[in-house]
Ligand binder design. Structure first.
Ligand code: ADQ
Length: 468
């Protein structure tokens, strides 16, 4: 099959979070199954652009209403990602330093979707599936099905994967004229709560809808940031497919970002070396258990509670634990997490910002990874942690529920039921007790490192979904 993935992120081209990881891996694994999977995404002004070689495959203009923008679609020449990569460069819109966060994000992602379809529309053949990821590509199923200009694309199945239903990309009807012409009586297929809502529109128009874990699909019926009833009514065409992880990128045996590589046999010495290096950089004590949090500092991840959770844990443990945070997001939380350093230097540190290499080093060097998420569609961090022999401490929600089994139930992680300071504190206490039992820790680490969360299974499940 020929599969086109449309997404705002794709690792290593541009990654803000887990969406980038998924779109950077899934096509590679689909190709291994004998398919022809490619990614078409916006071209940003970032290092990948400057460091790669491209050829121009499309040179035209894209219109948003009466305003025109020059478009070039660039194909990465070396196939270094393991799949064909096409970058949609729209001068004045996509070519910014960051992926998101601009006042004209609506225009940027809409122009990208239209340009991508204009290009596909003039191919001599038709792809078998167009797979859209999150709301930035959510108007594609509507446009292929209903816009006069894309009539010849309207038989191509479209699939929407919801990585996060919190973000929906709504905008006002004053921008309706940006879309290529369609019969106005079909406007309801764009609408949710009196606005144009790209995520809702994709749920209505896509041939199939998937979520990134089975539990998240269930949870969306009662918690979907206003889309609950819509998701319930479209449940018949929806399924939950648990994300995988890219075992080639995330492998402690070969990871060049680590101080020392290790496998299940050498996990003790390997983790020890990585922990020592990490603790030296962050002024922590390598003889104490190291708890960590890696992620976006937003309410969904429970990040607002972290300052209190850490303050309590550090105060109660009387210097017997270490905590290291890597994250960025809400400036208030960032400020509070930085401030803790003045009180607990030597046992606590925080790196506020985004640092891919450091994240690998932390997965390798830490003992426990905290994920007190309020919402977690799948979560990749816990799977990276497991592969690197770091025990996840997670709230039982979404994909965390589907991937982590509590040690009390014969499993390998520590689970709690609520996102609260008390619950997480209790869970950290259980982790501390486990840490003291060196033999059990070792057994668990060896076991977790062998768990198979690779994309092989999920890549096939997506193919099955396309063919249903
Ligand atoms: N400051 C930082 N520095 C370096 N690396 C950082 C970082 N902050 C985050 N990361 C990295 O970003 C990724 C985060 O992935 P997640 O899947 O946990 O969350 P996210 O909410 O972004 O993704 C959404 O989409 C994914 C993919 O479907 C779902 O798993 C998830 O539940 C959903 O919320 C990991 O690779 C992590 O290491």
């Amino acid at each position: 099959m020929e599969i086109i993935h449309l997404s705002a992120e794709c690792y290593p081209v541009a990654k803000v979070g887990g969406l980038g990881d998924v779109v950077g891996a899934l096509p590679k694994y689909q190709n291994k199954l004998g398919h022809f999977s490619k990614v078409v995404m916006p071209a940003y002004n970032n290092p990948f652009m400057w460091e790669s070689e491209f050829e121009v495959v499309y040179d035209a203009w894209v219109n948003l209403g009466r305003q025109g923008f020059p478009v070039r679609i660039l194909r990465e020449k070396t196939n270094k990602l393991g799949f064909d990569l096409y970058l949609v460069h729209i001068a004045g819109l996509t070519d910014r330093d960051k992926v998101y966060g601009y006042a004209d994000d609506t225009e940027r992602f809409l122009a990208y979707q239209i340009a991508a379809l204009d290009w596909i529309n003039q191919w001599e053949h038709r792809p078998d599936v167009i797979h859209c990821h999150d709301h930035h590509t959510g108007l594609v199923p509507f446009m292929t099905a209903n816009c006069e200009r894309y009539k010849s694309l309207n038989h191509i199945p479209t699939v929407l994967t919801i990585h996060n239903a919190q973000y929906q990309g709504q905008f006002g009807w004053d921008k309706l004229h940006y879309l290529p012409a369609f019969d106005l009586w079909k406007s309801g297929l764009l609408e949710w709560r009196n606005a144009i809502n790209p995520l809702a529109s994709a749920i209505k128009n896509a041939w199939r809808v998937t979520t990134v874990s089975p539990s998240y699909l269930n949870e969306l019926s009662h918690r979907a940031n206003g889309l609950e009833s819509l998701l319930a009514s479209e449940r018949g065409k929806s399924s939950g497919i648990l994300n995988g992880i890219d075992n080639e990128v995330w492998d402690p045996k070969t990871d060049v970002m680590l101080e020392k590589c290790y496998n299940t046999r050498t996990v003790d010495s390997g983790k020890k070396a990585n922990k020592a290096a990490l603790c030296a950089v962050f002024n922590l004590d390598p003889t104490k258990p190291l708890f960590t949090f890696i992620g976006r500092l937003v309410g969904e991840k429970g990040a607002d509670l972290l300052p209190d959770i850490f303050h309590n844990a550090l105060a109660h443990s009387r210097g017997n634990i270490n905590i290291l945070v890597l994250g960025s997001g809400d400036p208030v939380v960032e400020g509070k997490l930085s401030e803790l350093n003045t009180w607990f230097a030597g046992n606590y540190n925080a790196y506020i910002g985004y640092n891919e290499k450091l994240s690998h080093q932390i997965y390798a060097g830490a003992d426990f990874l905290l994920m007190p998420s309020r919402v977690e569609p799948c979560g990749l961090n816990q799977m990276y942690a497991l592969r690197y022999g770091t025990i996840p401490i997670v709230r039982r929600v979404g994909g965390l529920r589907d991937t982590v089994v509590d040690i009390g139930d014969g499993g390998f992680g520590i689970c709690h039921d609520q996102t609260s300071v008390w619950d997480v504190g209790q869970a950290m206490g259980r982790a501390y007790e486990l840490y003291k039992d060196k033999k059990r820790m070792k057994e668990i680490l060896r076991y977790t490192m062998q768990l198979d969360h690779s994309w092989d299974r999920a890549a096939q499940q997506y193919i099955d979904t396309y063919q249903m």
